[in-house]
Design a protein around this ligand. Structure first.
Ligand SMILES: NC(=O)c1ccc[n+]([C@@H]2O[C@H](COP(=O)([O-])OP(=O)(O)OC[C@H]3O[C@@H](n4cnc5c(N)ncnc54)[C@H](OP(=O)(O)O)[C@@H]3O)[C@@H](O)[C@H]2O)c1
Length: 322
């Protein structure tokens, strides 16, 4: 797979990364899933080397499975995790699928979270550690200050942030260089193209699009609103039956472009994301080896300008992001 440099003087990584979230969080269970360890090993075999997890996925179990899967192969990947987002739990201690996690960027929480992530991943060093969300109750400077301490202590190699505005990025950058921004970017979520992506270009930071397949929608695999209660999409506005039906026009257009290249809709959607900049490294999530290989194949797909333009011109989707 061709590689990209994630940030100025940063690591070289496969142009397509792997998001591990769905292996223990957000999308329920799927009988067609492959063993997560096999998917992660398969990723390495394909040159997919940016591996993305978070303490909140599970919560906690995702980091453990990523750590187990990478045992003995730690040095082959750029390992990224996140802290500062906390799951709501039900009285029995299991996650509450009906409530979104809440931010906690307080210094005490982040200090403990970094040490706990190192333990669960079974590593001495995390290559890229993101603040998962800005915390309205904690000044950005205080949260980033703790991450800067962790860089100096050798616990983390670089600082990333997720879902920050340009104003929050400027404040964070004044404390410590921000190496990567992870925010939602796909054919149906394009706000960052005119805001934080230009900020990354100007500051030599990487941009890591999450949910680059529109949580699976853009692949064409989810044409009906039939989600299990523990699947986040059952409550997501864009997947409500009336909005999903309206949004199918977007999938139809992606499939039409893909067909011109004998590619799949997933590959065309990812190729469009890759075309947004050289420092852009999307992290599509999958639990299936077949889809992993399909998504990795997008790194070799270059869409022609007229096809990029026709995708640029797609209408905004019906329904809010959350
Ligand atoms: N920073 C943040 O706040 C944040 C938020 C969300 C996600 N993320 C990160 O971003 C990663 C990716 O985002 P995401 O998982 O939300 O969304 P995504 O990558 O846009 O889509 C994942 C969904 O698409 C399906 N899928 C993947 N490849 C496919 C293919 N080729 N054909 C058909 N279906 C396919 C997956 O199903 P299967 O798994 O069943 O294959 C899953 O349901 C996550 O894993 C996580 O690491 C970060």
């Amino acid at each position: 797979m061709n590689e990209r440099t994630l940030w100025n003087d940063g690591p070289r990584v496969g142009a397509i990364g792997l998001g591990c979230m769905g292996m223990t969080w957000a999308y329920g269970t799927d009988p067609d899933s492959d063993d997560p360890a096999a998917v992660i090993a398969g990723a390495l075999g394909l040159g997919v080397t940016l591996i993305d997890t978070s303490d909140v996925y599970g919560p906690f179990t995702n980091e453990e499975l990523v750590g187990r899967a990478l045992a003995g192969r730690r040095d082959e990947v750029t390992l990224a995790t996140k802290g500062g987002l906390v799951a709501n739990l039900l009285p029995d201690g299991t996650p509450d699928p009906t409530r979104l996690p809440y931010p906690d960027g307080s210094p005490g929480h982040l200090r403990d979270a970094i040490d706990a992530s190192l333990r669960r991943l079974g590593v001495e060093h995390i290559d890229l550690y993101y603040l998962h969300r800005p915390d309205p109750a904690t000044p950005v400077e205080d949260s980033i200050g703790v991450l800067a301490d962790a860089v100096r202590a050798g616990k983390i190699g670089a600082i990333g942030v997720s879902e920050f505005s340009v104003e929050q990025l400027d404040r964070a950058q004044a404390v410590h260089p921000i190496s990567a921004v992870q925010s939602e970017l796909s054919l149906w979520t394009r706000d960052h193209l005119t805001t934080t992506l230009p900020w990354c270009v100007a500051h030599g930071a990487g941009f890591v699009p999450f949910s680059p397949l529109g949580r699976g929608f853009l692949t064409g695999a989810f044409r009906e609103a039939a989600f299990a209660p523990d699947d986040f999409r059952a409550r997501n506005p864009r997947f409500r039956p009336e909005n999903l039906a309206a949004n199918l026009a977007i999938v139809d257009a992606v499939e039409a472009v893909a067909a011109k290249y004998d590619a799949t809709a997933a590959q065309a959607a990812l190729a469009w994301v890759l075309a947004q900049g050289e420092q852009v490294v999307p992290i599509p999530g999958t639990r299936r080896l077949s889809r992993l290989a399909e998504n990795a194949g997008a790194a070799a797909l270059q869409l022609r300008p007229e096809d990029l333009a026709s995708l640029d011109a797609l209408p905004a989707p019906a329904g809010a992001r959350y």
